[in-house]
Ligand binder design. Sequence first.
Ligand SMILES: Cc1cc2nc3c(=O)[nH]c(=O)nc-3n(C[C@H](O)[C@H](O)[C@H](O)COP(=O)(O)O)c2cc1C
Length: 180
Amino acid sequence: MGKKILVLSASPRRHGNSDSLSDEFIRGAKDSGNDVEKIFLRDKRIEYCNGCGACLKTHKCVIKDDMEEILGKMSNADVIVMATPVYFYSVSAQMKTLIDRTYPVFKNLKNKEFYFILSAEDTSKERMSRAIETFRGFSEYCLPNSHEMGIIYGAGVLDAGAIKDTPAMKEAYDMALAIK
Ligand SMILES: Cc1cc2nc3c(=O)[nH]c(=O)nc-3n(C[C@H](O)[C@H](O)[C@H](O)COP(=O)(O)O)c2cc1C
């Protein structure tokens, strides 16, 4: 049958390093029979959360943009893959804006499996872990019964495309191939 996998690619650079890792992950996930959809966040209109709190009662956001559709897809997914470049040792602004906008529904994003994909110039996984902690602040601390399944570190890559010469591409493919 396969799983429903949603890939959220949050680099501003299409075909950049984290986006290329996302595509390899998708290739592996499709080869093992899963149903995969990717959203390249820069293609979407996603405003900042304005903190009004109306959604605490209504479970709907007052802002009318593409986030409602994305939240529907996140709710339907069995697996959510979050891919980001490391920006100042955190996630990209696109990714953080998306996370904030899950506020209307995050308590209902239950039982999801998560994979994280990162790319950075740095080669230190320890320093990249600050960005991982941002992801965990969302998935592990805030979502009911989430499961962290794997992390792909695209380390030591600055220019777009540099990732293609690294073992992380195969790691992304193989990790996704194991999803059944
Ligand atoms: C605004 C900005 C901030 C960055 N901050 C970091 C950083 O803190 N640590 C790091 O190792 N690389 C940093 N980088 C480099 C990117 O993480 C690196 O080029 C990465 O491969 C980009 O991924 P992408 O091709 O998916 O956009 C930064 C790049 C930009 C544009």
